[in-house]
Write a protein that binds this ligand. Structure first.
Ligand SMILES: C[S@@+](CC[C@H](N)C(=O)[O-])C[C@H]1O[C@@H](n2cnc3c(N)ncnc32)[C@H](O)[C@@H]1O
Length: 311
């Protein structure tokens, strides 16, 4: 009897072990230094890049198009955000700032396909190093370590400011918006995408939703989430925005990313296996957070906000 139940007990023990590691190794936000360390580690172990490619953001899955994989959906996302925010109205050579640029996936597309002159900044020195390695010489695309909350650029330095999935790591969303709009020239284009919670004052979270939100914050160095409308209001009242701010919720386009990000590991098993046993444990360690994200975005507890406005 005991022997027949042994595999079952071992499986339960293994799952418990993974959940303990998941909790103990949570990446709680303390300051932008904790964000920098987390992205340095994610970059240096090469797992994210091998698995998901050079873009650290969700993909865009057009409703009419089937069989698009996670990597293609990420590239599609960049083109969709360019189109939606009318960035493609800008002439070649326009100066673009990519805030929280990761290892430069979006920056290189903006430079290569649209002919822009791109400056990417991130808080992670390892990402800057990797972004430079990945960027062919001759491409108008440069990277610097910088804190988005304290941009070292003159007012109005850029024709467009672009930021994808970086705002959720910012402690003070107003200061973040101030810096983005300060560096944008009058009449320039702002294009943003970010993870938001639903309006938690109007629709308070249940007990379970509170527990889930706590994990989503603590697992991936997020200080807080705010609603799409709250961020629209922050942009709208800023002295450097031209007033009209347009936002949309892209959950329906981006939600397939969550399962697809796990399936990617099955599609390309050698990308993980070739990095050794630790990489396998590290990738399994992210699965509970991905599943909780999937649950929260599908339920509408989390919302994928996109924003555009003019300087
Ligand atoms: C989810 S990744 C998105 C990366 C990139 N935008 C992309 O789409 O591939 C978040 C990025 O924001 C950057 N970031 C977070 N906090 C930052 C800060 N205070 N200043 C500058 N970059 C920051 C991280 O280093 C990381 O590059």
């Amino acid at each position: 009897m005991f022997e027949s139940l042994l595999p079952f007990f071992l499986l339960i023990l293994f799952i418990l072990f993974l959940l303990i590691i998941w909790r103990i190794n949570a990446r709680k936000y303390i300051s932008s230094n904790t964000v920098a360390s987390a992205y340095d580690a994610w970059t240096q172990d090469k797992l994210l890049e091998r698995l998901w490619g050079e873009h650290i953001h969700l993909g865009f899955y057009p409703k009419e198009k089937k069989n698009i994989d996670f990597r293609k959906a990420k590239v599609q996302f960049v083109h969709e955000l360019v189109k939606w925010s009318s960035l493609d109205d800008l002439p070649k050579g326009s100066r673009i700032l990519d805030v929280g640029c990761g290892i430069g996936g979006s920056s290189r597309i903006l430079a290569k396909y649209y002919g822009f002159n791109v400056t990417g900044i991130t808080i992670s020195p390892a990402q800057v190093k990797r972004a430079r390695e990945l960027t062919p010489s001759g491409l108008n695309c440069h990277f610097q370590v910088m804190d988005a909350m304290d941009l070292k650029f003159e007012d109005g330095s850029f024709d467009a400011v672009w930021s994808v999935e970086a705002g959720a790591h910012m402690n003070d969303k107003k200061k973040f918006a101030d810096e983005l709009l300060r560096t944008l020239r009058p009449g320039g284009y702002l294009a943003l995408a970010d993870w938001n919670s639903r309006d938690l004052n109007a629709y308070p979270p249940s007990f379970v939703e509170k527990l889930v939100l706590k994990q989503l914050l603590e697992q991936w160095v997020h200080p807080n989430f705010i609603s799409i409308n709250a961020f629209v209001n922050i942009l709208r009242i800023n002295e450097n925005s031209a007033g009209t701010v347009i936002s949309e919720n892209w959950n329906s386009y981006t939600n397939p990313s969550w399962y697809d990000s796990i399936i990617e590991g099955i599609r390309r098993p050698f990308t993980i296996l070739s990095l050794g046993p630790l990489a396998i444990v590290k990738s399994i360690r992210e699965i509970p957070t991905i599943l909780l994200m999937n649950w929260a975005f599908k339920r509408g507890l989390m919302e994928f906000g996109v924003y555009k406005c003019r300087g």
